[in-house]
Write a protein that binds this ligand. Structure first.
Ligand code: MRU
Length: 346
C-alpha cells in the first residue's frame, strides 16, 4: 500500500491525519502519550484495530515519560496512562484489548530494570502493529472465496488499511479477492455523519486501482432492489458472544436491507474484536459523538442553530442478519456462540 496508517519511528508515533483526508495527506509525529490519546479522541486515527495499535504505541511513549524511584510508583503511573487511553473511545474492544496486552507485558517484567520494561513495551507495541497487518492478510485469505467472480461488493464505513495497521478487514477481503484474480468492484456507502466511506474508503481503493463507486447511505436499498449488489462486507468494532455486531452507525440498516433482498451480509474482523464476556449486543457500550458532526459538514452549518440532535456513532446488527463472520482463524456461519468461542481459542 502506498501509505502508512501508523508507525513507530525514532521514538515517535507517526500517523496519517484521517480528519484531513482525502483533501490533504498529512502525517503527524507524536512524542507524548497525551497527544496520542487526543488523536484517538479526535479521530485523527480511527477504526477498531488501528486505535488498538495507537493505544499500545501511546502507552509505549507514556512509559518513557514516567519518572519513578520505585517499581510501585512506576506501575501506579502506568495504570494512570492506561486509564487515560481507555477513556478515549468506548465501543471498539480492540482498544481495551491492546491496553490489557500492554499491561500484562509490563506486569510480566515486574522487578526488571525500568529501562528494560520501557524497551519491552515499545517492542510489544510494534509487534501488535506487525501482527495486525499479518492478521488482516489472513482475514482476507479466509474471506476471498466468499466473493464471487464479477461481484459488486457493498461496504459501509472504512474497514480498510486506514482502519488497521494496513490491508484492512472488510477491504482486506476485497483486496484478497482481487489478488486472487477476481474481477470485482466496490460500492462504498458515504457513511454519514463522519463520511468514512466517502472520504477514506474511496481514497484508499482508488490508490490501489480497485474500482469503487460512491453512493449516499440512503441509496443502498435502491441498488439492492435493482440486483446491482452481490454481497455486503463490513468490519466490526465489537462482536458479542452470540455474534451480535457493533459497527459504524448505518450498518444495521444495510444488513436488514440485505436480508430483504437475499444478499449475503459478511462481517470481517480479527478475533481481538470478539468480546465473549458479553452475552449479546445489548451490552455493548455505544459512543455518542458531538452534535456538530451532524449539524455541520466541514465547518459549514446544514441545520438550524440550536436544533436537538442525536449522534450515536455505532449500531448493533443482530446475529440473525449476518451470513458469516470472517476472522483470521476461520469463518463462523451458523452457531455463532459455539463457533466464535472456538475461533477465539484457536
Ligand atoms: O468511528 P470509527 O471510524 O472509528 O468507526 C470505524 C468502524 O466502524 C469500522 O467499520 C470498524 O472499526 C472496523 S475497522 C477494521
Amino acid at each position: 500500500m502506498s501509505f502508512r496508517t501508523i508507525e513507530w519511528r525514532d521514538n515517535a508515533v507517526v500517523m496519517i491525519d484521517q480528519t484531513r483526508l482525502p483533501v490533504e495527506e498529512i502525517y503527524h509525529s507524536y512524542t507524548d502519550f497525551n497527544s496520542v490519546a487526543d488523536a484517538i479522541r479526535r479521530m485523527v486515527i480511527r477504526g477498531a484495530p488501528a486505535i488498538g495499535v495507537a493505544a499500545a504505541m501511546g502507552i509505549a511513549l507514556g512509559v518513557r515519560e514516567i519518572v519513578a524511584d520505585t517499581q510501585e510508583s512506576f506501575f501506579r503511573q502506568l495504570d494512570n496512562i492506561c486509564s487515560i487511553m481507555a477513556g478515549t473511545r468506548p465501543t471498539a474492544i480492540n482498544l481495551f484489548w491492546a491496553i490489557e496486552r500492554m499491561k500484562k507485558k509490563a506486569l510480566s517484567l515486574q522487578g526488571s530494570l525500568l529501562e528494560e520494561i520501557r524497551s519491552a513495551l515499545k517492542n510489544e507495541a510494534i509487534l501488535i502493529e506487525q501482527e495486525d497487518l499479518a492478521i488482516c492478510k489472513r482475514i482476507g485469505k479466509n474471506g476471498a472465496d466468499l466473493i464471487p467472480e464479477g461481484a459488486t461488493v457493498l461496504t459501509h464505513c472504512n474497514a480498510g488499511g486506514l482502519a488497521t495497521a494496513g490491508y484492512g478487514t472488510a477491504l482486506g477481503v476485497i483486496r484478497a479477492a482481487r489478488e486472487s484474480g477476481k474481477n470485482i468492484q466496490v460500492f462504498a456507502d458515504e457513511t454519514r455523519p463522519w463520511l468514512q466511506g466517502a472520504r477514506l474508503t474511496t481514497w484508499e481503493l482508488m490508490k490501489d486501482n480497485i474500482p469503487v463507486t460512491l453512493i449516499t447511505d440512503n441509496m443502498a436499498g435502491f441498488f439492492m432492489s435493482r440486483g446491482e449488489i452481490t454481497c455486503c462486507v463490513v468490519g466490526a468494532d465489537r462482536i458479542a458472544a452470540n455474534g451480535d455486531t457493533a459497527n459504524k452507525i448505518g450498518t444495521f440498516s444495510v444488513a436488514v436491507l440485505a436480508m430483504e433482498h437475499n444478499i449475503p451480509f459478511y462481517v470481517a474482523a480479527p478475533v481481538s474484536t470478539l468480546d465473549l464476556t458479553l452475552s449479546d449486543g445489548s451490552e455493548i457500550p455505544i459512543e455518542e459523538r458531538p452534535a456538530t458532526e451532524v449539524t455541520h459538514i466541514r465547518g459549514l452549518p446544514i441545520a438550524p442553530e440550536g436544533v436537538r440532535v442525536r449522534n450515536p456513532s455505532f449500531d448493533i446488527t443482530p446475529a440473525k442478519y449476518i451470513t458469516a463472520i470472517i476472522t483470521e482463524n476461520g469463518v463462523a456461519t451458523k452457531e455463532y456462540r459455539k463457533e466464535l468461542a472456538a475461533l477465539a481459542a484457536a
